[in-house]
Design a protein around this ligand. Structure first.
Ligand code: GCW
Length: 699
């Protein structure tokens, strides 16, 4: 299974769970060398600096290297140093890489490797950078490189419940067992896994974690008050690796917990209640990050009940946390979930923009409006959210989902690095323009007329896929998604296939080359494979209601959730044009508002997201829509079979526990993908009456 804990008892690891991308052997290249850690004298080192020391001590003890006294640093192979200046050019402009407190500089010269940073956090990132580079850190050509994150806010959100929810379970949309934080109504007594998790996250680039579900139930509400000491224990487990803790809070807390009769954000008692609550939180956890809020969304309470806006609500909380330097992540996932399916005018895709764009400029400086990457809900293929481009004077976070709610529940092998990379690089104002990642990093081109200098960043957030499963993520290969998310938040321009390579090198150090080849064969294009056998051409939501696993083309068609595809005997798709549809295309800046509006220019893969077309409509690929549906569904399953063959030929090259779990998952993927192929093909054949040109079996 995983590597044994080192002789020093550090790092804190549970040897009975999989080591993910930090097995002992991943630290061998560093640990076999003579390493000096130099942190400023005077007083005790801060907790993160101590972590760097402990990591080095443990690695060198385990792998035959040595800790070199800082006074003798000149004799070491590796020097890790916090210095007031990293030697980067003097007067580095604010916002430049060298000025970032998490930045580090690596220099390889004359047989010595030096990593310098101005803070211990930067040094910790530099340490893990060395780990990632492996032997290359020491053997590649000489040079100097500075690395800095694209944004200071790189967050994971847990949808973990304290009490087991009767429908959603311990972890909402969690497919990896129970919660690492809570067990059946309580914070766990043993937080070893949280400590181990924080180390994995720090090594990937994450620096903030929200520890409870955005749907905040009565039991979960108490984390803010009665259970603060328990939250402090969790924060203490994260702190050594530089990760700050955030809480999801219920908008109704003043009523639920404070005994007030209202949660009206303009009510003075309500404001005082939140101020006092925030004071207690920061008194208990001085480096606490802030609150995440899902308000007026899917039944969660919010300011609408008092005739107040989202800006009123968010700003009231912002005022309460501001004296402590706290943040409010206010989610924009606001739409009518009690829609009448007969109502053809209401378009859920429009909702985030319609609710939030009018309030641009009203949100306080410490409010971050958190917007899902797509206008619907983490579908395998949907358009990018136009709201992300529409609030130039608001700090925005782009929200993603690492847990695969709509992408196979970590039973299907689906690598999401390429999908996220494509979304993060989406140029909102046309080729070469600012991207989704730029906007999240505070570089909106219309920001205050300055082009955005990065100082008003909202960063990135994503829903974690981790649970108490022995592999952390159910499917061992779903670890790659968590790793890739962290890496892309640090640098959204990284090549996602290169990230997968890093993950393989770290997770399976020294493995048979077939391991790397097989991971690539199975995962590189697995996103497109999944897309091929599920909902076609951006039509979205053909999943089974509630569980969101497996095919059910009409599952949401006559429901209140606002997710319809309008398939009939003649055609399919949602008319979101300005000319004849819901007008959604008009929410995009040029050129996309016109690119998506026109059948001539809309990309094939998003055709049915924007247009309702007859089955005989010819795609830009030259195929009809109906033939495309049939072909992709047959091909999708064939690609799964090919992945299984590649897997079976090399399974023996993987550790036996990994091999066993992956083999088991593939059996389910084949079953489920077969179901998808046949249900979707049969559905469209019965609707349209048009046979498959290739005469294959459709039921
Ligand atoms: O994707 C949907 C999920 C809900 C979730 C909601 C949200 C936490 O089906 O389970 O609730 O989104 O993002 O708030």
């Amino acid at each position: 299974m995983s590597s044994p804990a080192t002789a020093t008892g550090f790092p804190v690891v549970d040897p009975s769970v999989h080591a993910a991308w930090l097995p002992d052997a991943a630290l061998a290249p560093l640990g076999s060398r003579r390493v000096a850690v130099v942190v400023p004298d005077g007083g005790a080192p801060d907790v993160v600096a101590q972590t760097v020391r402990d990591e080095v001590a443990a690695a060198t003890a385990a792998h035959g290297g040595a800790v070199v006294d800082p006074q003798q640093a000149g004799t070491a192979d590796v020097v890790l140093a916090v210095r007031a200046s990293t030697g980067a050019p003097a007067g580095a402009p604010a916002g430049s890489a060298a000025a970032d407190p998490e930045a580090f500089t690596l220099t390889r010269a004359l047989g010595m490797v030096t990593v310098t940073a101005t803070t211990s956090h930067g040094l910790l990132h530099g340490l893990f950078h060395l780990v990632r580079l492996g032997e290359h850190a020491f053997t590649d050509p000489d040079g100097t490189w500075t690395h800095a994150p694209t944004t200071a806010l790189r967050m994971l959100d847990h949808w973990d419940n304290v009490a087991v929810h009767p429908v959603m379970g311990q972890v909402e949309r969690g497919y990896s067992g129970g919660s690492i934080f809570y067990d059946d109504g309580q914070v766990r007594a043993d937080l070893t896994r949280v400590a181990q998790y924080s180390r994995l996250l720090a090594a990937s680039g994450i620096n903030r974690v929200a520890i409870n579900n955005v749907n905040v139930g009565p039991r979960e509400s108490l984390l803010l008050t009665d259970d603060l000491d328990e939250v402090a224990r969790i924060a203490a487990a994260f702190r050594p690796y530089g990760i700050r803790t955030h809480l999801s809070v219920s908008w109704a807390s003043p009523v639920r917990l404070g005994g007030l009769t209202t949660s009206d954000p303009l009510d003075e008692d309500v404001r005082a209640w939140w101020r006092a609550a925030a004071d207690r939180v920061w008194a208990t956890i001085p480096d606490f990050g802030g609150f995440v809020v899902k308000a007026d969304s899917e039944g969660q309470p919010g300011p609408f009940a008092y005739g107040r806006s989202h800006a009123d609500g968010a700003n009231m909380l912002a005022a309460a946390v501001a004296p402590h330097g706290g943040l409010v992540h206010w989610r924009a996932f606001v739409y009518d979930h009690t829609q009448d399916w007969r109502d053809r005018k209401t378009d859920r895709a429009r909702a985030a923009y319609d609710h939030f764009a009018p309030h641009d400029g009203e949100f306080a400086d410490n409010v971050i409006v958190q917007i899902k990457h797509g206008p619907l809900d983490f579908q395998v293929r949907e358009a990018v959210s136009p709201a992300i481009a529409a609030l130039p004077r608001t700090r925005l976070a782009a929200e993603f989902q690492v847990t695969t709610e709509y992408l196979g529940h970590q039973k299907h092998a689906v690598y999401l690095g390429r999908m996220w990379s494509e979304l993060l690089r989406f140029p909102y104002w046309g080729e070469g323009s600012a991207t989704m990642a730029d906007v999240a990093a505070g570089r909106h081109p219309e920001s205050d007329g300055t082009g955005g200098d990065g100082t008003r960043a909202g960063g990135f957030a994503a829903v974690s896929n981790v649970g108490d499963d022995v592999f952390w993520t159910g499917h061992p290969f779903a670890q790659a998604n968590l790793y890739a998310w962290g890496r892309l938040t640090w640098d959204p321009t990284l090549d996602p296939i290169g990230i997968l390579d890093e993950w393989v090198s770290l997770t399976f150090p020294g493995a048979d080359p077939r391991v790397r080849e097989t991971v690539h064969a199975v995962l590189d294009e697995s996103w497109e494979t999944y897309e091929r056998y599920t909902a076609p051409l951006g039509v979205c939501f053909m999943v089974k209601p509630h569980t969101h696993y497996g095919p059910d083309p009409d599952g949401y068609e006559y429901s209140p959730w606002g997710t319809y595809h309008f398939a009939d005997r003649d055609g399919v798709g949602v008319d979101r044009t300005r000319a004849t549809g819901t007008g959604f295309t008009g929410q995009y800046p040029a050129p996309w508002r016109d690119v998506y509006e026109s059948l001539e220019t809309v990309p094939d893969e998003l055709l049915l997201f924007f247009h309702h077309v007859p089955y005989g409509h010819v795609l830009r690929s030259g195929k009809t829509v109906i033939q495309h549906v049939y072909d992709t569904h047959f091909e999708g399953l064939e690609r799964v079979h090919a992945a299984v063959e590649a897997w079976q030929a090399a399974a023996d090259a993987f550790p036996p526990d990994v091999a066993e779990r992956v083999t088991e998952r593939f059996a389910e993927q084949v079953r489920s993908a077969t179901d998808w192929r046949d249900v979707v093909n049969t559905y469209f054949f019965r609707k349209s009456g048009i046979p498959d040109a290739a005469g294959r079996t459709i039921y």
